[in-house]
Design a protein around this ligand. Structure first.
Ligand SMILES: Cc1ncc(COP(=O)(O)O)c(C=O)c1O
Length: 379
């Protein structure tokens, strides 16, 4: 096999993301047995690092699933929605739709409240849906990766609680890049994954879970095996995983958590993400005819969706620009295909995205934006 064909590209997509050299090297640390004393040396610091990033105390359990963000989300559906209950899936884009798809695919009584691409959750419309459907459980996306919209987790959870429902949050593309306000929101279950703002390869789904969710799960039938949060809790409390973990990733994860907590610092990590977002917003303001897609007050700290001027089509973004940037060593994000298809049908401008999550530095971002400006001018 010719390894030269594995091209080194700098990833500015919305996950997976750039991996620091130290994390790459940690992939070469020794393999270990997951029921052996070596296991806890990796997973205890991982759990502690996740707690520091989530700012949670013992009132939440940390669960680590083999799989990805979807695995953690699907486990919440299987463990927390009983057959005779309704789950309301609130969606502001492709990943809100995904939570709904999971609920339907698992045979749950699921209803969806869908907002248009680029909108945030409107609390009046959410209230109407809660009045109408009286769900036992409600799901929503904190950071919608397809549009760069961040919902107000505290306000949405509070409203869901007002109607006696249990809030489940998808925080896959924001966790590790901002103070996501898990304890303040009081969400019952929060899902995330490794390959976005944590700056790691994909391979684990992560969840932060309150006691009320475990109490509820005990009354829900057919939770599956690896999707059963009670089985997961038993292993997690011993810093183990239910099924055999990817030990390469576990080594990288432990090294990365130590770096985030002890070297970069949690607060500094969040500030760096804010600075990257502000830099990208300033860049957009400098580009003639380009605009931010997400509404003010709801713009993501980890990715920015950008409306292109009328003359630039989704095809230009997907084919010409993507390939010209590849030629310059970058993997660029031409926008969420389904969203751009919908915009094309309704005559709306095409949208592309800039990922600014994980371990991207300001210098890397400056170099990328300069290259992007040059290539955009050639379109
Ligand atoms: C907001 C959001 N939710 C869920 C997912 C699915 O996560 P995974 O690919 O880790 O299963 C993604 C992936 O991009 C996402 O961005």
């Amino acid at each position: 096999m010719d390894l030269q064909e594995f091209t080194e590209l700098k990833l500015f997509i919305t996950g997976p993301t750039y991996i620091r050299p130290e994390v790459r090297r940690a992939g070469a640390l020794p393999e270990f047995g997951h029921r052996d004393a070596e296991n806890v040396k990796r997973f205890q610091p991982i759990h502690e690092g996740l707690r520091a990033l989530a700012r949670i105390d013992d009132s939440y359990d940390v669960l680590i699933f083999n799989g990805s963000g979807s695995t953690a989300m699907e486990a919440s559906i299987r463990s927390l929605v009983a057959d005779d209950e309704t789950v309301l899936n609130v969606s502001v884009g492709a990943f809100g739709d995904l939570y709904h798809k999971m609920a339907v695919a698992n045979g749950k009584k699921a209803v969806q409240l869908r907002f248009d691409w680029g909108e945030a959750i409107d609390l009046d419309r959410l209230r109407e849906a809660l009045e109408q459907h009286r769900p036992a459980v409600a799901t929503f996306t904190q950071n919608e990766t397809s549009t760069g919209v961040t919902n107000d987790i505290e306000a949405v959870c509070a409203l869901i609680r007002e109607y006696g429902a249990m809030p489940l949050v998808d925080g896959v593309s924001i966790f590790g890049g901002a103070d996501v306000r898990i304890p303040e929101s009081g969400c019952a279950y929060y899902s995330t994954s490794t390959q976005k703002s944590l700056g790691l390869p994909a391979g684990f789904g992560l969840a932060f879970v309150r006691p009320e969710a475990f109490e509820k799960a005990a009354k829900v039938a057919n939770r599956g095996h690896s999707t059963d949060i009670l089985t997961q809790q038993g292993r997690a409390r011993k810093f183990q995983t239910v099924t055999t973990p990817n030990t390469t990733l576990a080594n990288q994860f432990a090294v990365q958590m130590a770096y985030i907590v002890n070297e970069e610092g949690v607060e500094n990590r969040f500030k760096r993400h804010e600075a990257l977002r502000d830099r990208v917003h300033a860049w957009v303001a400098d580009q003639d005819g380009f605009e931010l897609f997400a509404p003010e007050g709801y713009r993501s700290p980890t990715l920015t969706a950008v409306k292109a001027p009328k003359g630039i089509t989704a095809d230009d973004l997907k084919k010409r620009l993507k390939e010209s940037l590849r030629g310059r060593g970058y993997l660029y994000d031409p926008g969420y295909a389904k969203a751009n298809d919908a915009f094309k049908e309704t005559g709306r401008p095409a949208v592309f995205r800039i990922g600014h999550m994980g371990d991207v530095t300001m210098d890397m971002m400056e170099a990328y934006l300069e290259t992007l400006s040059e290539e955009l001018k050639k379109l």
